[in-house]
Design a binder for this molecule. Structure first.
Ligand code: PSZ
Length: 505
């Protein structure tokens, strides 16, 4: 049993031992309005998952494409709040949240209302080319959404398609910025244009983006060269030979390993500085580093954290060597760390140069400092350049986040969940280790990949949709409407799963 710190203005949760499906009225507190019509708890009605209907659909899809990754077919119409239904009638407490991209749960009334608003119909019925013919209310839509959450100090706001595409275009913005600086602010010359068509200097410069071991920035051809989490993502695909540096491998709990963690971060910073220094001084360098890209928490790589001090030093190094500092908030952005942007936890004096987003924001895109705004058209461009219909969901999400104090909810629920996981770690020391994270953006390690996969599978069989990351971690990526009662249900089932896993062995 543990005691939580008393959260501001809210009643205290003192214990985790709340039975599954305990009614909301008996819980210690409900910090946000309940999701109307949400289910009571996860419920499995068909013992094998995927069930027969899912299996049949999987085999049909298998005729059309590779469908090896499919967990089950979902019934989105019946899914509500934190609960995802499958086509066989099973109901899962969803702690994976469509790979961290579900902002306020399934079929949230505010999103449904926005989608049924006749004023939004023309945007649902058409998909405009935003670069050419934006709708009359496009400026207002950006002002009501992205401008409201634009990180301080950044004022260039771009919408794009997905996370990979956002990084890909952020890198392009960095390269264009770098070359424009070299030209003293001038546009490309006729010779630059001509040589670019032959992939020759100076039109096609040898520039690079520095990235971190264990990082994930997407799978498109440019960003894949900065992705280093799993070989399967990269194998068989040509890559840019860009510099890659170590990301700190911290030990948990952080407080118990402060000195060795500080040394580890210092080691990585020294390695990065050495590289930046060589790059600056070596005239014959194969490629110049124009930018560096980093995730606030390496997600696909296994939820690897580093301290705010580390990121502050990194930011300083980037500025010192005039390298653009790109923060990839595709997975961390949108509130689940308890702040809207995870990099807010670093309290930087000098904001990032670019911040990329997608997932919970529903639209992809990037924010940048003013000096990264393009001076010519058609340089970062494509057919759609985002999707106005996603701005409808984004606006509903942001309004609900504010009215229901969802960042506060996420901090409190996250703290409760983390304490519960720490308790389970004490209870199952041979199974669980390294509970870590902020808000509900949490993770815990299993001893092996096989055991991790088994735990995910047991969880699924008892009504919890969870996902792994890295080799041995289970990650928590619930929606922001994940409340203590959902955390209690999750912990209860996690305990059942651990019990089952430990007796299986
Ligand atoms: O297997 C995959 O392709 C996955 S599983 C989770 C992701 C991708 N995350 C996407 C992601 C991300 O987490 C970060 C930090 N940066 C970029 C991306 C790429 O976003 P998408 O998938 O929208 O292209």
């Amino acid at each position: 049993m543990y005691t939580l710190m008393r959260p501001r203005g809210l009643t205290v949760l003192t214990q985790r031992t709340i039975p599954v499906c305990r009614s909301v009225s008996t819980l210690p507190y409900t910090p946000t309005p309940s999701f109307v019509n949400e289910y009571e708890c996860g419920k499995i009605v068909i013992d094998t998952i995927p069930g027969p209907k899912s299996k049949q659909l999987m085999s049909q899809l298998g005729q059309l494409q590779n469908s090896a990754t499919i967990n089950f077919f979902a019934d989105y119409q019946s899914s509500r709040g934190n609960y995802l239904m499958d086509v066989d009638g099973n109901r899962f407490l969803d702690i994976y949240g469509q790979i961290a991209s579900l902002p306020i749960g399934y079929n949230h009334p505010a999103i449904l209302a926005a989608m049924s608003d006749p004023n939004n119909l023309s945007i649902l019925a058409q998909r405009p080319c935003l670069g050419l013919f934006p709708p009359a209310d496009w400026v207002e839509r950006i002002q009501n959404t992205l401008e409201k959450v634009c990180p301080k100090g950044l004022e260039d706001i771009n919408t794009l398609m997905c996370g990979s595409c956002s990084n890909e275009n952020a890198y392009k913005a960095v390269f264009i910025w770098y070359q424009t600086k070299l030209r003293g602010g001038l546009p490309p010359s006729a010779y630059d244009l001509e040589t670019s068509m032959a992939h020759k200097l100076p039109g096609t410069p040898q520039l690079s983006i520095l990235s971190f071991q264990g990082g994930f920035h997407g799978r498109l051809l440019g960003c894949l060269s900065t992705t280093h989490s799993k070989a399967l993502h990269k194998v068989d695909i040509p890559a840019f030979d860009w510099p890659v540096v170590s990301f700190p491998q911290l030990r948990y709990p952080l407080v118990a390993h402060q000195a060795s963690n500080e040394a580890e971060e210092a080691r990585c910073l020294a390695e990065i500085e050495r590289l930046l220094h060589e790059n600056q001084n070596d005239e014959g360098a194969k490629s110049r580093i124009a930018g560096m890209v980093v995730e606030p928490i390496q997600a696909e790589g296994g939820d690897n954290h580093a301290s705010p001090e580390f990121f502050r030093s990194l930011r300083t190094l980037a500025a010192q060597y005039e390298v653009a500092f790109i923060v990839d908030e595709v997975q961390t952005g949108g509130g689940s760390t308890g702040k809207f942007w995870a990099h807010e936890h670093w309290e930087l004096d000098n904001p990032p140069d670019l911040v990329t987003f997608s997932k919970k924001l529903q639209t992809g895109g990037y924010f940048a400092k003013k000096e990264f705004r393009l001076s010519e058209g058609y340089r970062i461009f494509n057919t759609w350049m985002g999707d106005p219909s996603k701005m409808i969901s984004l606006q509903a999400f942001l309004e609900v986040m504010e009215s229901d104090q969802l960042l506060e909810n996420t901090r409190i629920t996250g703290e409760y969940l983390k304490h519960g996981l720490e308790e389970l770690m004490v209870q199952y020391p041979s199974l669980l280790s390294n509970v870590r994270g902020q808000g509900t953006y949490l993770a815990v390690d299993l001893p092996t990949e096989t055991q991790r996969n088994e735990l995910v599978s047991i969880l699924k069989s008892i009504g919890v949709a969870a996902g792994g990351c890295g080799m041995t971690a289970i990650r928590f990526r619930p929606a922001l409407i994940f409340q203590p009662r959902h955390a209690a249900e999750c912990l209860e089932r996690f305990e059942t799963a651990c019990k089952r896993l430990s007796t299986q062995r």
